[in-house]
Ligand binder design. Sequence first.
Ligand SMILES: Cc1cc2nc3c(=O)[nH]c(=O)nc-3n(C[C@H](O)[C@H](O)[C@H](O)COP(=O)(O)OP(=O)(O)OC[C@H]3O[C@@H](n4cnc5c(N)ncnc54)[C@H](O)[C@@H]3O)c2cc1C
Length: 713
Amino acid sequence: MEKIELDLQAQGISSGYSEFYNEKMANIQPEAEAAIGSPLPWDSMPDVDQLTQLEKPGYLPVENGYAVADDGSMAVAVKTLMPNTTPQMWDWWFGWHSAHSDRYQLWHPGSHISAKWEDGRDDVCYVGRNSIIKEKIGKMTLSAAIQFKSPIEFGFPYRTVNRPDNAVYICAKIGHPKLPFDYGTLVHQVRVTEEGTEMRSRFWMSGRYVSARQDNLLNRASAEILQKVKALPREFAQDLLRHCAEEMNHLASILPDLYKQYATQDTVGISGATTHHGDAKFEEAVMATLFNKVPVKQRPASIYEPKTVEDIINIVRYAKKEGRRITITSGGHSFSANFLRDECLLIDMKHFDECHLNVENKTAEAGPAVGGSTLMKALYKHDLFFPAGHCIGVCLGGYLLQGGYGWNGRKLGIACESILGMDIITADGELIYADPDTHADLFWAARGAGAGFFGIVVKFYLKVYDLPKYRAVIAHNFAIKHLEDVYRWAHAVGPEIPKAVEFQMVMSKNVLNFMGPGIEAIAPIFADTKDEFEEAKHFMKNSPIAHKATIKTPAINPGIDMLYKTVMSHYPENHCWGVDNMWTHAAIDDLMPHIKEIAETLPPAPSHFLWLNWHPGNLDTDMAYSNEDNIYLSLYSCWKNPADTSQYGNWASDMMRNMEPHATGIQLADEALHKRTAPFMAEENFKKVEAIRAERDPGGLFHQWHSKPEYLG
Ligand SMILES: Cc1cc2nc3c(=O)[nH]c(=O)nc-3n(C[C@H](O)[C@H](O)[C@H](O)COP(=O)(O)OP(=O)(O)OC[C@H]3O[C@@H](n4cnc5c(N)ncnc54)[C@H](O)[C@@H]3O)c2cc1C
């Protein structure tokens, strides 16, 4: 084999690593040596879609060997016995070596030329990151982007990421470092043996394994051409077997000492960004997580932006080891900034924003950072629907955990009732799937516990619905002088309003930005049949106070974009908010004095007072969510300048405190538990949540709600 001259000095081998730099490589192991001789028949090697066979106990028929198909596709298998090493050491190595070429060169002196992380960082983590390497394999000098993936993405079961003490699975796509195509896949399983570990390496390269990195027409066409060109020469398969057998055998001999010397456990490596308190961009990073820009004093110790489940598992394990507590944000729309706590490790799930629809089965898989409006717009394209929240930016993570009051929610139920299952990382740092039959306790608690949930949801499996055929909004806008008539009418008609209507009223100091103080009475309708639609319109059409409205709109279908745009006019971004709420079934005579006081003291628009006609009927689903009533009242005080916080900040909670005698608890959607404690769950359900928490998170790894009522413990 042609040797590359390596001058340690020139290559930057630091004196720290030079003691591990040994150009004299041991002979490769006999089984691998025996396999180098001649290729095996193509069909004797499992194909890439069978790679999860590695997870089975025992061995596969071919553990060492290579085969080349007629189309130039290659499959290579190598087994290396590695006494005195552990799976964790290998896991660490793959995160550590790629930051510096001189580390990479230790692995195969003479053949490994350079390595760097594509993101330019030098911390220890590999899953979700791309290593740009240059190495000699046989006669070829290969430049490649080794794109490390989670074994879950390769189809391995969840247990493969949960038990690194038994085995680790190093999985990667191998591709061109600059062009958008890949030409191979690799998996190294490192599993425990009596002597240490054994590594079972598998490669599928070239030929049919050339593919476009991003699946679009142009990339697909170029990949097809490249497949024909046969990316690698046939002898590459044999060379790769030898190279892998050499480098793994060699590294195994130095890894225990390297690990001892360089593996530090006092930081957590993740593929996404990390910002620590004290970093120059820390304040900016904190504010970027918040919808509500009201000044908050609490500050996390660090903000982590994981990209993979492995990242989150690492953070959880680190937090437990260091005795730190965790908070989570997905869309940052908690009005009370529930996830900002002093000294916590804040996990920002913003990269978990993928959404896949299964139109035929009427299901969706969505990350917690998928916005409800994003999901809805994707569904509309296929005439499908989900009871997503009413505002752009509210993400499924927080929305579904607290319940989820969404479009057509009176008919379809609280949105969390449409969750079929969830992928959750538990306080033990394990990735699990929860549904009514599996980890049913977590599934039960997750649907309603909101910010008190003790796990990190990484994916939701959702049931979606047919898009209702008849959709419209009717609005009657009244001047404030008609306040008494409007609220008395709404209270009286409420119980009769059909479920296809999500009737609500918004009081503000400047209705439609020009009318001045008044009330918008709005009836969004989502009906499946013409008859249902006609029935839904009836109460607005025949409203006895309609003639008092300054503006009346007929039933218009505004389309999904305009629907969201209209709602967003009440919830501008980059503002400060003071919000609080209550459920009630009180008599209108009891509520009226408070409504009048609200009208008198309401801060300037876009601050507003929401009346939502809910009248839910019986809640049939057994889940943590358990508190609702006929009418939902919520106050939203909104101001631009943080300096005005002392003027407007407490208005909503002060008003709600006055109304407490008429309240039957609150929604977690608009909670202000940092200012006012109120019940948000039936007592029995709360006790069950706490019992499950005691089992699942006995150490209190996860922060909870800001406060909870006395009876709730
Ligand atoms: C402008 C606006 C409009 C709104 N409209 C509606 C509406 O129409 N209907 C409705 O029901 N609610 C609505 N809400 C309330 C909203 O649903 C909740 O605030 C919800 O918590 C926001 O979710 P998020 O992921 O964006 O928020 P975040 O602030 O990121 O999350 C809130 C809390 O949820 C928990 N959490 C978030 N993600 C995860 C996760 N992946 N795993 C575990 N825990 C997690 C954390 O404890 C976090 O503190 C609205 C809020 C705003 C600001």
